[in-house]
Design a protein. Sequence first.
Length: 393
Amino acid sequence: MNRINNNPMDQKQAILSAVVLSAIGALFYNLLPMFLGVAQDYRELDNRSIGLLSSMFFAGYTLTTSTAFFWIRRINWRTVTWLALGVGCIALLMAGYSRSHGVLMLCIFIAGGAFSTVYGIGATALGDTSNPARWYGLKISAEAMLGAIGLFVLPGTLIASYGFMGMMAGMVLAFVLLAPALSWLPARGHSQLERDGIDKPLPTTQLKLAVWVGLFAVTLFIFSATMIWAFVERLASTAGFEPVLVGKILSLTLLFAVLGSLLAMVLGDRFGSGKPFAAATIIFLTALAWLSQTTTVADYAIGACLLTLAIGLGITYVITIVADLDMDGRYVVLTVPAIGVGVMSAPAIGGFLTASQEYSAIFMVGSVIVILSLLAGLFALRMGRSPLASGKQ
């Protein structure tokens, strides 16, 4: 109890600010199905092209945070966050305005780098709290809620009136409204070693290797989740479902993502991180089996909701695996580029697999990859069993 009380990162305002940061940084991802649909409709792009466009965002996202290991503990978090937010908003607006495909790709790439910085700082701040699993659950809930609002509001308002530019402007408006909460962000965080004392031994080579295996599990899980999530709207379109109804269903699915992450928040570290992650994997596989047999709107809605429930629960605990094993606080930020590698490659590969408007291939690949993610996560926890690995197994 004293450890929690003495940790400045457990302050409510610091946690709230980090959660808002994460919601801002994740909004593009949560709107990804709608982004792909709107880009295709208003920019006349095929499946391969829209997959490449979204991959450009996550290429910038990944390249930027791949270096965060070296600077995340040295910079002023508040200053860099405000700068990144401004750059990202300008890039999105320029992307929406431009009619040049090359400029569009460049702007999306820059926006990815900017918002990954925002997201990475938020993830690191929550990783510095005394119960990362709980606050990662709140983080994923906030991200999904903001995405659900966007999926529900934007199609009938800004997108209906202004098309692709309307979507970009809608995201920027959301960021501007949330920006005041960033004033509560601490200038820097406090890793486990900083809180416990410098006399603590440094992480062993085995523990560091366990962290890297955990990061690999993060990449695999988010790859599988993104590949399905990115094309779940196109699946409905191919089936001939009514677009407005599909938009409402997608909004509902993010509420199930909230339920999954809230469940993680309630459970915290009570059952460790391995068992809840295994449960999320089972739900994910059930969702894929259901979606692969979709013939009605009701079937589609059930499968899509199960999918996001699994993602909300699973991403919380696979990130927590890394946080549990990360003693010096520098590795948890690498979950952001680990996520970036997965989301950068998933849409492009998904676009290739669905080029003929057939979706059985992504369901098969998604199933195999998510099982590999579970195995990697459990192996990382087993490797990390030591006095330094304080997370439960």
